[in-house]
Design a protein around this ligand. Structure first.
Ligand SMILES: [Zn+2]
Length: 367
């Protein structure tokens, strides 16, 4: 807010402008109706605020003609975005075997994206160097200037906060001189699915990745929920067998361990029998049902190797059987839509969903 004394009406107007700008920054292109819904402003107030923001060139309007053609009649619909010239965000995924870099502007347009393979044992300092080289290469190839860089969002393997996260954050902050946000790459994939993928435009999304590890993330109100220790949405470590073997997390019979034992027994995802897949689906459905009853999301997104009908049908059945009617009534289940660059995109969304004034606080408090 402004430092000069100002009347209550002006303050209210600035608050309304902030709400509109935040919604567009977090969620990308929105129609006026969607904006009214996200900001809880009346149509009349919103219209006046948008007019001001358009005049200031903070916001741009697009899609008038296309939308009118699609609808064919009535008033044409346009979408509003932040001015693409308002800044860039870089997303990185430092994965087990692959490094991905994606660049987007504040209007959520992807302006560059590429990835390279890296050996599994590559040290973290070396991974950071490879990612920085890839940023340099992409900015040269697409003639992108990083003078208006808002921040970097980086996905890493393993828990955050951690020593590894600290090394990655500090070296990238020193190199680029902007706020750097680091989070687990499966959690960032969750945020990306809620921003660009299967859950685009939805406010509450629960994501679960069934792979050689099982991880997840919870996006509420467009923001990735961290929880007290950064582990909110760790659905892989909910027990599906109370007498099962000990898990490395300290629990017993965790979903991740159960799936991992099955994969060892069958020799990988490709060899799982329909019965084994149904078993995983039912246990996963029970875990998800408990989580859905807790947070009542609009959508469950399933990522990883197992997303076909063989999984989704019994999983939906278990969800129907074990969720409250009110929770189930509004719940949808979809496979993940994003590919290799999901976590890097999530890094971009992490930058954009952290307001600039909070950036310093988030950066220093995450060690
Ligand atoms: Zn566990």
């Amino acid at each position: 807010m402004g430092t000069k004394p100002s009347g209550p009406l002006r303050l209210l107007r600035e608050t309304h402008e902030d709400r509109v700008l935040t919604a567009l920054r977090n969620q990308g292109p929105l129609t006026r109706a969607q904006l009214a819904d996200r900001t809880s402003l009346s149509r009349a107030t919103l219209s006046s605020i948008v007019q001001t923001l358009l005049a200031k060139q903070a916001v741009t309007e697009a899609g008038l003609e296309d939308a009118a053609e699609v609808r064919g009649r009535g008033r044409p619909v346009s979408v509003l975005t932040l001015n693409p010239a308002g800044g860039l965000a870089v997303g990185m995924d430092l994965g087990h075997r692959r490094i991905q870099v994606t660049v987007a502007n504040v209007a959520h347009e992807i302006v560059a994206s590429d990835g390279i393979a890296c050996a599994e044992r590559t040290p973290w300092t070396q991974r950071v160097k490879l990612a920085v080289d890839l940023v340099d290469e992409l900015t040269n190839r697409y003639e992108i200037s990083l003078t208006s860089l808002a921040g970097l969002g980086v996905g890493i393997v393993g828990p955050v906060p951690s020593d590894r996260a600290g090394v990655v954050r500090d070296s990238l902050a020193a190199r680029f001189g902007v706020p750097v946000f680091v989070d687990n790459n499966t959690r960032l994939a969750a945020l990306a699915e809620a921003t660009w993928g299967a859950g685009a435009g939805m406010g509450s999304v629960l994501y679960l990745r069934l792979s050689y590890g099982v991880g997840g993330g919870l996006v509420l109100g467009g923001r990735l929920l961290a929880g007290a220790g950064g582990a909110a949405g760790e659905l892989g470590h909910i027990s599906v067998d109370r007498d099962g073997p000990r898990c490395s997390c300290g629990g017993r019979g965790c979903l991740e361990l159960h799936l991992s034992n099955l994969l060892d027994e069958y020799g990988g995802f490709d060899n799982l029998t329909p019965d084994a897949i149904a078993d995983v689906a039912t246990r996963t459905g029970e875990v998800l049902a408990a989580a859905c009853n807790t947070v009542n999301p609009e959508l469950v997104v399933i990522g990883g190797e197992l997303t076909g009908v063989a999984l989704l049908r019994p999983l939906r059945r278990a969800l129907r059987d074990y969720t409250h009617t009110q929770v189930h009534h509004s719940l949808r289940v979809k496979p993940a839509e994003l590919g290799y660059d999901a976590a890097a995109r999530g890094g971009i969304a992490l930058v954009l969903t952290n307001p600039p004034e909070e950036a310093e606080w988030r950066r220093t408090s995450c060690s």
